[in-house]
Design a protein around this ligand. Structure first.
Ligand code: ZN
Length: 87
């Protein structure tokens, strides 16, 4: 289970906590403040971010190819239609 580091915005206290849904309201153990900043130095966060950005980069590369194929298909269908109507 991933553990994230947080820093309290009120007192600056740093602590580790399991990632929890926002609705549960994680609070600072020192001052019970809820202005928490998640620190992104964690290895788990880094690998997750890298994995996601790689996935998105792959999608971005793939998207134009699909669009091009759809365009070719559309042009082909139009040509077929035209030929049939003329012939
Ligand atoms: Zn605090």
């Amino acid at each position: 289970m991933p553990i994230y580091e947080y820093q309290c915005g009120a007192c600056g206290h740093q602590f580790e906590a399991l990632i929890l849904p926002k609705t549960t309201g994680t609070a600072c153990p020192e001052c019970q403040g809820t202005e928490l900043e998640r620190l992104v130095s964690s290895f788990a966060v880094d690998s997750e971010t890298t994995r996601k950005s790689n996935l998105e980069a792959g999608r971005r590369q793939y998207a134009p190819i699909r669009k091009e194929k759809q365009w070719e298909q559309m042009k082909y269908e139009q040509r077929e239609l035209k030929e049939h109507s003329e012939g």
